[in-house]
Design a protein around this ligand. Sequence first.
Ligand code: HEC
Ligand code: HEC
Length: 312
Amino acid sequence: MHKSNSGKLVIVSVFFVAAILIIAYQFLVNNDSPINIDSPAHFGTPINQDDITVQGASLGRQLFNDVLLSRHQQISCASCHQQTASYADLGKRFSIGDRGLPTTRNAPVLINLIWKSHYFADGRADQLEETIYNAIRDTLELNSNIDLILERVRQHPIYSKKLKTIFQVKEIEKEHVIDVLTQYLRTLNSWDSRYDRMLRGDLVFTAEEKQGQMLFESECASCHIAPFFHSNTTMVSLLNQKLQSPSLRNIHASAPYMHDGRFDGLDSLLLQHPEEFPQTFRKRALNQQERKSIITFLKTLSDEQFLNPNSY
Ligand code: HEC
Ligand code: HEC
């Protein structure tokens, strides 16, 4: 009697524990928490404040790295946008797309995109979603189309299950695929460089860094505007092309430079830039000492954590 009672107790307890584990597992799998953009005060409010969730962004990250997106399933977004290069294409003037042909522009860094109002070298897109549709369609990039990708995702056991859970739907639509990719792009934010730590009061610049900063402020800051060092408004023209000022954060990691990758290094770039633009007030190239000083300052914009693939 005593024995069978404790036997029952064991069985009931096992069921009880199992039930709790199942409920906890379901909770963990289905519960999706929001990611808050925890940027420092000097960054201000992002222009794009759409929701990001842990599961949405992490699925977006998987898709970003998956060759399923390209027509011949040989390349992914990450083939041209690598983390160690601040999501530019390491050392490549042009990138190789799905057809084995080079792009006509240098792959840019993907950084602090939610603080940008215009995308691409010429600023022709004003929504992040457009940049993804563009990469999918462009025959020199993924050379694919969203319907083909949707079909593949629907047939993919893991992706289809995750997307249905995230969006609480029975059927996945193209907007869901684009949405998670966009969520991932919104997480590629860099705000922990020496420069940011200096602004937060955690460290003091060396005399050389300070000198570089002052020179930068007088020569460069009108177009590469702090704290992002990109511009949302300035459009300069060069050879009849309208060009935006790109971000200079993590610039050391993303050579070669400019929309056409025409400079391999910062020193050669500064021999011609910015006075190459007809409308710049500068009429003389920077001397060697000035270039060195500015490059020292630019180094303070590197964020090792952002560039380290083990940190995500
Ligand atoms: C074959 C190389 C290649 C692939 C693959 C590729 N990109 Fe790009 N990406 C580029 C190039 C080149 C540009 C610059 C285009 C321009 O300025 O007209 C660019 C620009 C961008 C921009 C604009 C950034 C800015 O600040 O203006 C974003 C965002 C972007 N790509 C995201 C993606 C995503 C997401 C994918 C995958 C869905 C992807 N790219 C796939 C080469 C590539
Ligand atoms: C009149 C506006 C303007 C000024 C002033 C200016 N820049 Fe630029 N900068 C640009 C534009 C526009 C581009 C993109 C040009 C292109 O893609 O061909 C650019 C590109 C760059 C790049 C390459 C970025 C990349 O990712 O490829 C660097 C580095 C750079 N500038 C540094 C500087 C420095 C340092 C100064 C000051 C000495 C400076 N710029 C002054 C507008 C400006």
